[in-house]
Design a protein. Structure first.
Length: 361
């Protein structure tokens, strides 16, 4: 990466913010699942979680930012791919197996959707039963897998951008994100949704924007902005995007506020400024957020199948939500400790057999 003025940091605030994004996705799935239907609280729940799907856009921006921030000169593409595989694949495969087994035992599972989902190819197919098949949240991993594959090449391009043109590059990528829903408007509704929200090529614009913003912050070009101001901007953008037409709502409507939040949180960590997202609890929740993101909908589905959620009044809906959150967190912690961490250690640093000294002839 091009040398800049900002020192390298682990950016713990970005780790803490990861859980916020995963949490609004969790709330979105509770909301769309009808848990609060008929309780009278739908307007409040819709205001808080109706735009929860935008949390995925946060992850795409964040991935590009963090990978670029942490990249080191001389790191081979193979090493980069191995590290990302170590982070993503073990959790994905375990949760996929659980989800596939559950579907096979109940409603049945499409072989095509299952195979494509296992190999993280589902987002390339514009059929909802395929890209949302088996474990629905894993569609975003299909996009991430494409981003990771292209990252070494993208990084070379981003690092070649002259310092004085970084803001231009960020502006062009943002314009690209904003243009996607306009381009998609003539498409049939189902294809339009896939093209705007699921298609890895269009979502790669956010990943690339995160990469460029990492350089902007590293080069000391990010303007002074208080974290509370960026957070307020993100909240306003999150709520306000719900009033936009559907195609503009989940991605274009929040890309600027989320990008500002990520860059400002990173700049705050670099400067040692106050941040509520660097606390021990926030960082811990951020560390298990990937596992939480993968398991939460399975927990919701199992509860729905066993308990037939919805239509039981507001106190029951609130209590059920808290219970599902706690169960998802415990399951995420177990997955993180038992699968994610050991697999990362093993894949990144596999034990190699000791080489016996040569015996003199």
């Amino acid at each position: 990466m091009t040398a800049g003025t900002a020192p390298v940091s682990r950016l713990p605030s970005l780790t803490g913010l990861r859980f916020v994004a995963a949490f609004v996705v969790f709330g979105f799935h509770l909301h769309t699942g009808g848990l609060f239907a008929g309780t009278g609280a739908e307007p409040v729940v819709d205001a808080v979680f109706g735009q929860g799907a935008t949390g995925v856009g946060f992850f795409f921006l964040l991935s590009g930012f963090v990978l670029t921030w942490s990249a080191r000169p001389g790191t081979s593409a193979r090493t980069s791919w191995r590290r990302r595989a170590a982070k993503v694949l073990p959790n994905h495969v375990v949760v996929w197996l659980v989800a596939a087994a559950g579907l096979a035992a109940t409603t049945g599972v499409s072989v095509v959707a299952a195979v494509l989902g296992l190999f993280l190819l589902q987002a390339w197919v514009p059929v909802q039963s395929v890209y949302f098949g088996v474990n629905t949240p894993a569609w975003s991993l299909s996009c991430e897998a494409a981003f990771y594959a292209a990252f070494p090449l993208l990084l070379k391009g981003v690092n070649r951008i002259p310092r004085g043109r970084l803001w231009l590059a960020a502006g062009l990528l943002t314009a690209g994100v904003l243009a996607v829903p306009a381009i998609a408007m003539p498409m049939p509704a189902d294809l339009e949704y896939w093209f705007v929200y699921v298609f890895p090529v269009t979502r790669a614009l956010e990943f690339a924007l995160g990469m460029v913003l990492a350089r902007v912050v590293r080069e000391g070009l990010w303007p002074r902005l208080a974290l509370w101001q960026a957070s307020l901007f993100a909240v306003v953008g999150y709520v306000g995007s719900g009033y936009l037409p559907d195609s503009f709502s989940y991605v274009a409507g929040t890309v600027i506020p989320l990008a500002v939040l990520i860059a400002t949180a990173a700049a705050a960590d670099v400067a040692g400024a106050r941040s509520p997202w660097r606390g021990r609890t926030a960082v811990f929740l951020g560390e298990i957020s990937f596992a939480f993101y993968l398991v939460h909908q399975i927990v919701i589905r199992m509860a729905e199948s066993a308990l037939h959620l919805g239509g039981r009044g507001l106190p029951v809906a609130i209590g059920t939500s808290v219970g599902l959150l706690l169960v998802s967190l415990v399951a995420a912690w177990v997955l993180h400790r038992v699968v994610e961490l050991p697999a990362m250690r093993w894949i990144q640093n596999p034990r190699r057999p000791a080489v016996k000294p040569a015996v003199p002839a």
